[in-house]
Design a protein around this ligand. Sequence first.
Ligand code: HDE
Length: 678
Amino acid sequence: MSKEAMDENKKIKQRNAFLRDNNGKEMSSNEGVKISDDSNSLKAGDRGPTLLEDFLMREKLSHFDRERIPERVVHARGYGAYGEFELYESLEELTMAHFLQDPGVKTPLFVRFSEVAGSKGVNETNRDVRGFSVKFYTEEGNFDLVGNNIPIFFIQDGVKFPDLIHALKPEPNNEIPQGSTAHDTFWDFIANNQESAAMVMWIMSDRTIPRSFRMMQGFGVHTFRLVNKEGKSRFVKFHWRPVLGMHSFVWDEAQKLGGADPDFHRRDLWENINAGNFAEFELGIQVLEEADEFKFDFDILDATKLWPEEDIPVRIIGKMTINQNVENVFAETEQSAFHPGNIVRGIDFSNDPLLQGRLFSYTDTQLARVGTNYQELPINRPVCPVHNNQRDGASRYTIDRGRVAYHDNSLANNSPYTVPGTKGGFVTYPSTVQGLKERKTAPSFLDHFSQARLFWNSMTGVERSHIIQALTFELGKVKDVSIRQQVVDMLGNISTELATILARELGVAVPNVAESSVTKSSPALSMGNTVFSPKTLRVGVIVGEGFDGPSTQYILNELKGAGLRPVIVHERLGVVHGTEGVELKVDDSFLTGSPLVYDGLFVVGGQNQDEYFQKYTRSYAIETYNHFKPIGATPTGAALIQPAGIIGKPGVIVEQQPAAFAEQFIQAMTQQRFWNRM
Ligand code: HDE
C-alpha cells in the first residue's frame, strides 16, 4: 500500500461505516417501527395501570436495563483516542514486522490511558500508576503494546496478580478507600512480597501524579523479542517519550484537583485534541543481543527490573500522534479490548513469567467483559482481512458463507489456507527451553533492593523529598502499627536515611538492617532532567473591569504565540471591558474556575476591584504559589496580591514593560515549578 493511501487512516475509514447519525431523523424502535409517542406508556385509562402489551416501552426499558457491561477488573477508569504511528527509520535489520519496514509509513492506532486502582468513576488525579495501551492496526494484524507509565511492575509472576489487586483495591469489608493505595492491605502485601521494593519507590515518586496523559512516559515493561527475516531474534524493551516533556502535579494539588475537576485528565486530552494540539510521543527501543542475556546483575526476564539506559541506550524509531477523539466513549473506548498477546510477525514473547500470565488473562477477561465476538466490534477489528473456521457465539456479526467450517478439507480446496512463514505466516520463534517442570522462583530473581536503591540514588533532592512525603502520607494512613514497622524495615534495605526519617514520622523503630551497597545512579530515571515545553499549558488570567487594554492584549498574544493557553478569569461570566475599547470574553468565573486547573497565573487586575475580587485574586495567588507555579502580575495586579507576601519570591514576576515581562513569564512557565520557594 502506498504511503499516501495509508495517510488516510484506514481504521477511521473502516470505523466510519458503523457511525449512525440520529440528528433530524424520525424516531423508530430497534425493529424499525416509527414511534408516535415516546413519553407515555400504554395504559388502561389515563391513570393506569400500564399494559404488558406495550412492546415499545418494554424494548426501551429492557435495553436500558442492560446498558452496562462489567467494568475492567483493573484500569476501569480510562480514556481513549485515535492516532497514527509514523516510522522514522527502517527496522528491517531487526524485525520482519510489516509496520516497522518503511520510513514514513503511517500505521493507524487507538490509545487508551487509564488509572489502575479506582472504579470507573474515580477521580483522575489520584496517586496511581497510569495504563498506556496502544493498539496498532497494522497490515498484518493488530499489535497491542499494553504498557504502563512506569517501566517495572510490582510482582514477578502472573499467578500473584489477583493477590496484588485484592490488596490494592478498596478493602472488601467496607469498600474503602477508593482509588488509593493508602491503606493497610496494600502495604501489608508490599511488606510481605518484597519483590515490590523497586516499584514502591516508583509509585511514591511524582511519576504517579502526572500533569497530563500527554506529559508522561510509557513503557512496554516486559522483555519482548524482535525477529528478523533471517530468523535472528534479539530482546527488546519499548519506551514512549512525550514530546512535551514529563510534568507532574504536587501531591496537595493532585488531591484538591480530584474535587475541583474529577475529569481533569480526560478533559485535558479531549480539549487539546479538539483544539488541534495533538498529543505526540516518540517510540524508542532498547535492543539486546541474545548472546548478552546473562551479562547483567539482574535477570532480563524479571519484570521488577529495568534496563538502565546508560548501559543499553534507547533508540528512537518513530512517533505516535494522537489526533482524533472517539465519537462514542462506550462503543469505542469502553469496548476496546487490549491484549499483550496480540503480536504480529516479527515480534515475539520472552519467557518473563509475568508476561506469560498476562497472555492468558487478557483474552479471558475480554470474553467475560465484552463477549465472545468482541474482536468483531468496530474498535477491535483489524484493518486487514480475517478468514478462519471460527463460527457462531453470542452476537455474531460476520456472516460466513458456504458449508465448510473445518480444516483440513477438500471441499474448499483446503481453504482458508495456512500461510508459511516465508510468505507472511506467523511462526513462533523456536527458542530453546530446558529444565524441570516445577513451581519455583529462579535464583536470579531474588535481588529486590539493588534497583530500588538505583532509583533512590538517581533522584534529585526535591524528588527525594516528594518520595518521603508520599510514603509518610501513605503509611500514615495505615492503621496497623506492625504493618508500618514492616514496611519501614523493608525500606531500610534500600536506604538507612529514608527508613530513619520515616521511622520518626510514623512513630516506629529505626530498622537494624544493612542498606543496599549500590552506588550507581541512572540520570535517565530522574524527572529533574526533563526538558519542558510551555506548549498547551494553561494560564489563568485574572482580569478586572477597566484593565489596561493594549498592554494586556499584547501580552496575551505573546503568550499564545509561545503555545500557552490563556484562560480569562473574572468575577462573573460574560465580557470584561478594558481601556481603549479592548474586550475579553470571560472563560471562568472565580467560582467555576480554580487555580488548581491552571499551570500558572497572570494577575492583570483592573480599575474596579471590590472586596470580592480582591479576596479571590489573593486566594488564587496563594494557592498557585503554594504549588510552586509561576505567577505574573501587572503593577495593578501586584498591588492586589501584595498582602499575600509573595512579591519578590522566586517565580513571581512583576511587569515593568510588556515585552520583557512576556518573555520572562514564558520562561517561568517553561520552568513550571519553583522549588526554591521554601
Ligand atoms: Fe494488566 N490487566 N495485568 N497489566 N493491564 C488488565 O484486562 C493482568 C500488567 C494493563 O486500556 C485487564 O482488559 C494480569 C502489567 C493495562 O483496556 C486484565 C497481570 C501491565 C490495562 C489484566 C497484569 C499491565 C490492563 C483488566 C499480571 C503493564 C488496561 C481489563 C500477569 C505492562 C487495558 C482488561 C485497557 C488491564 C490482567 C499485569 C497493564 C484483568 C493477570 C505488568 C494498561 O486482563
